[in-house]
Design a protein around this ligand. Structure first.
Ligand code: ADP
Ligand code: MG
Length: 396
């Protein structure tokens, strides 16, 4: 076989280009299609194909091939004693330049595709030490599959495995699809506003209004981004907790001072009913602060003008209990079961005040991460009380 370093270099350049191509899509079918195409191109073969390993069923499933358009073969089960099965079990790449005489060759695909396989190369696709499938190319166009071909296909295989894992994780995450869904509304408003601004008939007054909308919607997007990151960290277990023993009452005073200007804007005086003696807690102080701020900020936002807001704290058994009460419009009983779901806002809230609907989800996650509990009691037209109970955990 002629060894052509220039040619090899070109193929590695192609590989680099493909890699950045792969990371740019999270759509699994599109991704698989790109991978098999790339496999065939890179190794100068007639076709490339991908089989994914189903760990639960212990099955190899045919997913995609560059020479097939129709999805009829998708999900076809490939026997474990096939060549692909051998690759999964042995975690090793394989070249067979004479497929016809290898007993492991599985004819099932050839039968349905009319493609005769004469030579075959396959590599295991490994992501995070797990074999997730096999990448194959068949029928070398000129000569035989070489070690260079195998090196290239292995490199592509590991890139592909990571890209596939990413796409799968992305597809499984409700959080992401919820976010994408929620982003539509502000983006649509921004788009409409921008279009309106280009209309010459829009006068100065209207223009100012439109700019106000743009500012408020971009603000909401920014809030969403930071709330969303907080929630994503908490949900995935990536949030870091720094526990320390601290006094609860000074923390409440701190939160009240922070929130006082906002309360004053609405004529609300924050009443504090908290113990003078030491009330100790072992927890992540900043995250507990976030709990208090979220509840107090809701009690301000959803209160009536000049309403009452009471922060109560005390020790009950081995728990520190916090109650935040307001005299707002209350929450209708049918909304209560949804209140702690992400992005949920009581119908009609949008008209009263801006928000992301993530505050209470974050709050509940933090409370639960501390082994605590949160509950709500509300009476329409009277007000709402949120109660948080956190175990003191002083002895540990
Ligand atoms: N104290 C309260 N009084 C009345 N409704 C409330 C109160 N706190 C929360 N809510 C309702 O619960 C929804 C979710 O709250 P939250 O998760 O903090 O999101 P956000 O405040 O961004 O809307 C709010 O949109 C509101 O409809
Ligand atoms: Mg809120």
């Amino acid at each position: 076989m002629v060894h052509d370093p220039d040619h090899l270099l070109r193929r590695y350049q192609l590989l680099l280009q493909i890699s950045s191509d792969l990371t740019s899509t999270l759509d699994l079918p599109v991704l698989l299609n790109r991978i098999v195409q790339a496999a065939a191109d890179l190794t100068n073969a007639e076709a490339g194909s991908i089989l994914l390993y189903d760990e639960v069923k212990k099955q190899l499933l045919f997913e995609s091939a560059s020479n097939l358009d129709e999805p009829s073969m998708r999900g076809l089960v490939v026997p474990v004693d096939s060549i692909a099965g051998w690759i999964v079990n042995n975690r090793q790449s394989l070249i067979i330049n004479d497929t016809m005489h290898d007993p492991r060759h599985f004819g099932g695909l050839a039968q349905s595709t009319q493609v005769t396989t004469t030579s075959l190369m396959g590599v295991p696709m490994v992501a995070n030490t797990k074999v997730i499938g096999v990448l194959e190319t068949i029928n070398k166009l000129e000569g035989q599959f070489s070690q260079d071909d195998m090196d290239l296909l292995e490199a592509l295989g590991s890139q592909a495995a990571l890209a596939i894992e990413n796409a799968r994780l992305f597809q499984q995450s409700d959080l992401i699809s919820d976010l994408v869904h929620e982003l539509r509304t502000p983006l649509t408003s921004l788009n409409t506003a921008a279009q309106l601004l280009t209309n010459p008939r829009v006068n100065d007054d209207m223009r100012q209004n439109i700019v106000r909308v743009i500012m408020s919607e971009t603000g909401r997007l920014a809030d969403m981004a930071s709330d969303f990151l907080d929630l994503a960290r908490l949900e995935s277990g990536r949030a870091q907790f720094q526990t320390q023993v601290f006094e609860f009452s000074p923390l409440l005073e701190e939160c009240a001072s922070l929130m006082r200007p906002k309360a004053q804007e609405r004529g609300i005086y924050i009443e504090m009913d908290i113990p003078g003696e030491q009330l100790m807690l072992r927890a992540d102080r900043n995250k507990v602060k976030q709990i208090v701020i979220n509840l107090v900020s809701n009690a301000i936002k959803y209160n009536q003008q000049n309403g009452r807001l009471v922060i109560w704290a005390g020790q009950v058994g081995g728990n520190v209990v916090l109650k935040v009460s307001d005299t707002g419009a209350g929450i209708p009983p049918e909304s209560l079961p949804h209140l702690f779901k992400k992005f949920y806002r009581v119908p009609g809230t949008e008209r009263i005040t801006q928000g992301t609907g993530l505050g209470l989800s974050i709050t509940r996650r933090i409370v639960e991460a501390h082994g605590g509990q949160i509950s709500v009691e509300s009476h329409v037209n009277q007000g709402t009380t949120f109660t948080v109970s956190l175990p003191q955990k002083l002895e540990s």
